[in-house]
Design a protein around this ligand. Structure first.
Ligand code: IFM
Length: 453
């Protein structure tokens, strides 16, 4: 019989996570403006099943039911995102009272149930009007994001436990500006440094805005991955020296570009590969000090390690010197992602060592898996069990982790893959919007109930 998962320390926070465009729907209600995801999802051939987030899980109207589900689950934290275009329909100007009122109601409903709100300010749904002015390639977007953060924190700052400025800026950059697979749908952008830097500057300005509220705790949710050099067969054993070099480069890009400036106050060596313009005109005096203001938490989103090799021609996607290789030898989720629980321990220990002395406490802001639609989801329970053991062993090795948020509470709209990927502890029937908790929901509820408060 398997040993029970070792207990987590008292005060450890259990939670679930979602994001606005993936669950809310109501995209044209109460004054919400269009976002880049409304535009993108309505373009032909962008989304694998042809769906949009127009209705999604209809959470905008059903939030009370969803909060009741969380109360039943027993979580102490709910990580959700605020849709910028609900607050500022054109990405500038005074806050839309009806947009604020929705999040006000949500926050109060959570607090009534003893659930602490953890708010992400940007989970990819940029107001379309801001994109029309250049999106994150435009320095003004950072300032506008700071003003938006001011408006949201003025409304909710007395009740929010933790603020996460950006979600996965690396993914927004790679899929939105290099590969064209996510909104804004740009492929092959050559000068990427502005998109990196203005997201980071936006983070810094938003963090400062939020910090005006006494007791505010601020962080960012980055996507991290252990980078493994692998040969063409997807195994580490067959990796060559060239594959190791390619993996080193990929690690800089995925794991360091959005973290070294935050924690070390400088860009990593290798940042030049992202700059096709005048870097000095992008990174202005004083910016790095704004970006590197101390964080209270570092949000870590972990899904799997990434296999990387050297492309035969020396040049891979986006002109960069690496290629992605599918790892072999591991089970995969329904999405085809390798299941490597120990990768979470490896990653956390890596961050702990790489940023020794400057690493803030970690929140696991996302970790989860997509499987088929069944509510009997032993595969998800095994995923959770393995990853929580790995998390516990990282904590035993000295990594300070304060919270774990499973992705996701509900099945939801998985970006370019529409409704085809189900990550939820709760099954959603999109035709009726009926919510049915899965077996994993009961498993997680039991784990939380057994954990010391
Ligand atoms: O659904 C996404 C989420 O929006 C960001 N992190 C990864 C999840 C699964 O792909």
């Amino acid at each position: 019989m398997t040993e029970p998962i070792p207990q987590f320390p008292a005060g450890f926070r259990w939670g679930v996570a979602t994001a606005a465009y993936q669950i809310e729907g109501a995209t044209a209600e109460d004054g919400r403006g269009p976002s880049i995801w409304d535009t993108f999802s309505h373009q032909p051939d962008r989304i694998s099943d042809g769906s949009t987030g127009d209705v999604a899980c209809d959470h905008y109207h059903r939030y009370a039911q969803d909060v009741a589900l969380m109360a039943d689950l027993g979580v102490g934290v709910y990580r959700f995102s605020v849709a910028w275009p609900r607050i500022q329909p054109t990405g500038t100007g005074p806050a839309n009272p009806k947009g604020i009122a929705f999040y006000d109601r949500l926050v109060d409903a959570l607090l009534e149930r003893g659930i602490a709100p953890a708010v992400t300010l940007f989970h990819w749904d940029l107001p379309q009007a801001v994109q029309d002015d250049g999106g994150w390639a435009n320095r003004d977007t950072a300032a506008r994001f700071g003003e938006y953060a001011e408006a949201v924190s003025d409304a909710l700052g007395d009740r929010v436990a933790v603020w996460l400025t950006l979600n996965e800026p690396y993914v927004h950059l790679a899929l939105g500006y290099v590969l064209g697979m996510h909104a804004p749908g740009l492929a092959g952008t050559r000068d990427l440094l502005p998109v990196v830097h203005h997201q980071l500057l936006g983070h810094g300005l938003a963090a400062a805005a939020v910090r005006r509220h006494p007791g505010a705790r601020v962080g960012i949710a980055n996507n991290y991955t252990p980078v493994w050099a692998v040969g063409p067969d997807g195994t580490r054993g067959s990796a060559t020296d060239d594959d190791e070099v390619a993996a080193f480069v990929y690690d800089v890009l995925h794991n360091r570009v959005f973290t070294d400036p935050l924690l070390l106050g400088r860009y990593p060596d290798g940042i030049e590969m992202l700059s096709a313009g005048d870097a000095d005109a992008t990174v202005l005096d004083g910016d790095l000090a704004v970006i590197a203001a101390p964080l209270d938490v570092l949000g870590v989103n972990y899904y799997n390690p990434t296999g990387i090799g050297a492309p035969p021609s020396g040049v891979g996607v986006g002109g960069l010197p690496f290629e992605l290789r599918q790892l072999t030898g591991y089970p995969v989720t329904g999405y085809g992602w390798p299941v490597v629980p120990d990768g979470l321990r490896e990653l956390l220990v890596l961050l702990h060592e790489r940023y020794a002395g400057v690493l803030p406490p970690i929140w696991i802001t996302e970790n989860g898996c997509a499987y088929g639609g069944s509510t009997v989801d032993d595969d998800r329970i095994a995923f959770l069990d393995g990853h929580l053991r790995a998390l516990r062993s990282a904590m035993d090795a000295g990594v300070d982790v304060q919270a774990y948020c499973y992705w996701s509470l509900l099945d939801n709209w998985e970006w370019a893959d529409g409704f085809s990927q189900r990550f939820g502890l709760v099954h959603v029937d999109y035709a009726t919007q009926a919510r049915t908790p899965r077996a994993s929901f009961a498993w997680y509820r039991d784990l939380i109930a057994r954990s010391p408060r």
